[in-house]
Ligand binder design. Structure first.
Ligand code: CTP
Length: 400
């Protein structure tokens, strides 16, 4: 079989050096990569590096090898175009259809999925012009992944870093695997909660649960690859931030509720994969609770936490918003799932059986997704990303 053809567009930002690593990952995993740098990208990394690493000449202008009509051919033949780093200038040109060099021509002729991995200073990313350009590109079906937060050029820190090349590679792999169906969530905002809440008793102890966050993180990663703008509300997970998602970290159920409701205000879909504690200690001891010789331990009084899923379902922030819950059950899995779906009022409920060695902390899962319309979709035992993709398939069918 032919190797998948990838165009790696590189625009002129300091993060261009990280694209060398992305190029290596792509070529070493069996992709045929053409690098198309802009003239300014060559100020950061030279033509020799791109050619040597890709095994193809790295051309910036349409005037070289004109007989091969490169400005049309490279884009037409590609299975994927990934622009990393994508500068504010590149996003603006792509959004407005300008074509003054080989990369911008290629973006106009490509009919395959296109991924932009922006990198710039926070002010440039937040500028209304850039916001609008990104929204335009997403509406048209491009996958624009959110920049990471961290150290920028010089001494600044903030949002605008190019995500890790390994992470961009994973996004590319997922987008390629989906082929032309790639960006069915483009232009959509989705919110995913993940992990497990911790309800503090005192400064050192809490009531918690065993959720690792893996299923929620898989939902966030797959939604990024399907083109969505993703807000991941993460409760106490130790997993690395998924590339391309906005991550909001929370601790308790009350904090999770606040973050989810805020993000849900303009969301097309909300998926509650987090294990939210149903109860919290009625009182928080500001000093560590000490044992006293000869005294019985004091009972812990609990109060109910808000039910975020039920609240989201009852008061949809926008018409047509799709709300998805998860149910972890140990017995009577389907009957309990149906009853929970009705009780919570959500559109879809992912029901999985849990036990000592099942689901928690595992990279695999098996579930049935129940729909409020009476549907039941069985998802066989497999990677959590496969279950995540089925959830997004069912969400995409329900989005209007
Ligand atoms: N959930 C929530 N807020 C809570 C508790 C749960 O939003 N306070 C959400 C979870 O994120 C999940 C779904 O509700 O999507 C199911 O959670 P679960 O605890 O299994 O449901 P309960 O109704 O609490 O049922 P059970 O009696 O089995 O605990």
């Amino acid at each position: 079989m032919d190797k998948p053809k990838v165009v790696l567009g590189v625009s002129g930002g300091i993060a261009a050096y990280k694209a060398c690593e992305l190029l290596r990952r792509l070529t070493e995993s069996g992709h045929d990569v053409r690098v198309v740098p802009t003239a300014s990208a060559l100020n950061f990394v030279g033509e020799a590096t791109w050619s040597a690493l890709s095994g193809h000449p790295a051309v910036t202008q349409v005037w070289e090898s004109v007989h091969e009509v490169p400005h049309v051919r490279i884009g037409q033949q590609a299975d994927l175009v990934v622009v990393a780093p994508a500068t504010a200038d590149m996003l603006a040109k792509a959004a407005h259809g300008l074509a003054d060099d080989l990369l911008t021509n290629t973006l106009l002729t490509a009919r395959c999925p296109v991924v932009f991995a922006p990198a710039m200073h926070t002010e440039m990313w937040e500028h209304p012009a850039t916001r609008e350009n990104v929204a335009t590109l997403r509406r048209r079906g491009a996958v624009v992944i959110e920049p990471a937060v961290g150290r920028l050029t010089g001494v600044d820190t903030g949002k605008g870093r190019l995500p890790d090349p390994d992470e961009i590679f994973e996004v590319c792999r997922r987008v390629l695997a989906r082929g032309p169906r790639a960006a069915d969530l483009a232009g959509r905002h989705v919110v995913v909660s993940a992990g497990g809440t911790r309800e503090p008793l005192d400064p050192v102890r809490y009531l918690g649960n065993r959720s690792s966050g893996r299923q929620g993180y898989a939902l966030a990663r797959t939604a990024v690859a399907r083109g969505a703008r993703v807000t991941l509300v993460s409760a106490n997970s130790e997993l690395a931030d998924p590339a391309g998602a906005d991550v909001v970290r929370v601790g308790t159920a009350v904090q999770l509720r606040e973050a989810v409701l805020k993000a849900a205000a303009d969301a097309d879909a909300v998926v509650m994969a987090a294990a939210v504690a149903d109860f919290r200690p009625a009182r928080y001891a500001t000093g560590k609770i000490k044992k006293k010789d000869g005294e019985e331990p004091a009972p812990v009084e609990l109060v109910r936490n808000p039910d975020v899923l039920a609240e989201l379902s009852a008061g949809r922030a926008r018409p047509g918003q799709v709300v998805v819950g998860f149910a972890a059950e140990t017995d009577d899995v389907l009957a309990n799932g149906r009853a929970k779906l009705a009780r919570k009022g959500c559109d879809l409920l992912v029901v999985n059986e849990v036990g000592e060695r099942r689901t928690f902390g595992s990279t695999e899962n098996e579930a049935v997704v129940l729909g409020a319309d009476g549907s039941a979709t069985e998802v066989p035992h497999g990677p959590k990303e496969a279950l995540a993709d089925t959830v997004w398939d069912l969400v995409a069918e329900r989005l209007c």
